[in-house]
Design a protein around this ligand. Structure first.
Ligand code: SAH
Length: 357
């Protein structure tokens, strides 16, 4: 059931009244949970569009990469095919349709969707109605043990991020306060001991912003520990940057237009750009890491041109235009081709070298 804007906003106002300003991460967690619980954000009528919603080619090529990893590993039994944050279930459905054609694969496989929103779980169940062996979990640690093939598309950008801002010569955590006169506003928490600012940024000028995501790193640890123990391959696709950088990347999209992060709390998504260098550095302790490579290069190496041609060969003129436009949106540097990046993770034994890197 759809609730009004005031639910998330009211809860946050009450919390701030009780405890004082709260961190950007806590604000994102609460506003994001409300947003995904009450909205289906994707598509033309929604707030933003993701790669699988643009074209089936995305899920088909991700599936091809994961199926190839499975073959490189010697076709193990008891595969856990995992998706983090499956949205409407479109990517999972495109993958399963493709994987159904890989001999012996689905019979060995159970699908595990890690999703916290009941609204989106229901949509995913509808999208995957044709398949047995689909299970839902709240957290990646709840997925049963076994060889793991995992995809996370636009999942990490939606997780809570901490922001630190250099203020009067000291790094302070950015926070959100509220009062009746101003509504929600940005402020800072008192300087904290042990704020983990990388040495290279310690002397940055005032007003510099450093972002980190404790939640992302904790989830990454769970999944790399899993890969180290059971083997497999994980693909993390998201928009973000590859070298450590300063800057405020917090953003909201409403009906495909950038909106003020503090407006319409709980009614619009709040995301940040993913720091791939941080993910890479953290993952390397447990697994072999490939990339990040640009999404356009990844899809190109996996054969998106040939796939587009095959789809066009049996398409109407309108469908052909759609395929060509989707190809452009997924791969062109001015569209998703460069900003979006792909990181590959495998067990540290050299058995799997994922395709596309
Ligand atoms: N992968 C999809 C949707 C991305 S949107 C696509 O490409 O279209 C982010 C998804 O992550 C949503 O399904 C949202 O409900 C889910 N999500 C957000 N935070 C989560 C969390 N902490 N745990 C599990 N799922 C979460």
């Amino acid at each position: 059931m759809r609730q009004t804007q005031s639910d998330a906003a009211t809860r946050l106002k009450e919390r701030i009244a009780q405890t004082g300003a709260i961190s950007v991460a806590d604000f994102m967690a609460e506003a994001g949970a409300h947003y995904y619980a009450h909205h289906v954000p994707f598509g033309v009528a929604g707030d933003f569009t993701t790669a699988p919603e643009i074209s089936q080619m995305f899920g088909e090529l991700v599936a091809a990469c994961l199926a190839d990893a499975w073959m490189q590993a010697g076709k193990p039994a008891n595969v856990r095919l995992v998706e983090l944050g499956p949205g409407r279930g479109t990517l999972a459905a495109d993958m399963l349709r493709t994987l159904a054609r890989v001999e012996g694969f689905l019979a060995q496989t159970s699908m595990h969707l890690v999703e916290t929103s009941a609204t989106l779980r229901a949509q995913q169940a509808t999208a995957l109605a044709a398949y047995q062996n689909v299970q839902w979990h709240d957290r990646v640690e709840d997925v049963p043990a076994g060889f793991t093939l995992l995809i996370a598309n636009e999942f990490f950008d939606a997780l809570p991020f901490e922001q630190y801002v250099k203020t009067g010569g000291a790094w302070q955590q950015r926070a959100i306060g509220h009062d009746e006169a101003q509504g929600f506003y940005f402020t800072v928490l008192p300087p904290e001991e042990g704020a983990n600012i990388p040495p290279a940024f310690k002397d940055a000028p005032d007003d510099s912003v450093y972002e980190t995501s404790k939640t992302s790193l904790a989830i990454l640890d769970v999944l790399t520990t899993r890969l180290a123990q059971w083997g497999g391959c994980a693909l993390i696709v998201d928009y973000g940057y590859t070298a450590p950088a300063l800057g405020d990347t917090l953003q909201s999209l409403r009906r495909h237009t950038f909106a003020n992060v503090l407006d319409s709390v709980g009614e619009q998504d709040i995301t940040a750009h993913v720091d791939f260098s941080a993910l890479r550095g953290r993952a390397e302790k447990n697994v072999d890491v490939f990339g990040p490579v640009a999404q356009g290069d990844f899809l190109g190496a996996l054969g998106i041109m040939a796939r587009a041609e095959a789809l066009c060969a049996r398409a109407t003129p309108q469908q052909r235009r759609d395929v060509e436009q989707a190809l452009y949106r997924l791969t062109a540097p001015s569209e998703m081709g460069t900003l979006f990046k792909v990181l590959g993770l495998t067990q540290k034994n050299g058995r799997i070298k994922p395709a596309g890197f």
